[in-house]
Design a protein around this ligand. Sequence first.
Ligand code: ATP
Ligand code: MG
Length: 156
Amino acid sequence: TPIAYAQFIEDVLAKYEPILKEKQLGLQLELDPDPIILGDEGRIEQILHNVFDNAVKYTNPDGFIKITLRQHKGDCELIVTDTGNGIPAADLPYVMNRFYRVNKARSRFDGGSGLGLSIVKKLVELQNGKIEIESREHTGTKVSIVLPTIKEDWTS
Ligand code: ATP
Ligand code: MG
């Protein structure tokens, strides 16, 4: 089904208001209203949740999260950047592998299983999209997800 992506993102983000407030995290949205994507709402929601959950979980209080959505020719790019603890260069190639976590000991108190990004990667590929992660330890992380969009209707 066609999904108005910007509105969908805002709806999913609404659920994060309490935790953002609790952690005193700043949020900046820059969402192009145009992109219409095709896909299963459950899948898209899962992608967004897993990425937002990481940004919130791995960013210290008073940090900052920025979410950008831009329409390009034939596809759109969602960028989620955070000012969190980042991912060491040596770990970065593996973070989308199942069960991979940078700090295994951390799971004892934050309850993660290391599956979130492996699921995101699978779902993005099922949507014929692409995901890239850039990160710098102690500085922050940038997740980019490119998904195909429905062509604009020229005739209307
Ligand atoms: P789960 O998502 O299953 O609850 P998880 O968050 O540990 O557990 P992933 O989402 O797959 O698993 O992420 C894998 C690892 O990548 C994390 O354990 C963390 O070390 C690192 N990571 C992911 N996103 C970020 C981020 N935004 N900032 C810093 N580290 C991150
Ligand atoms: Mg996660």
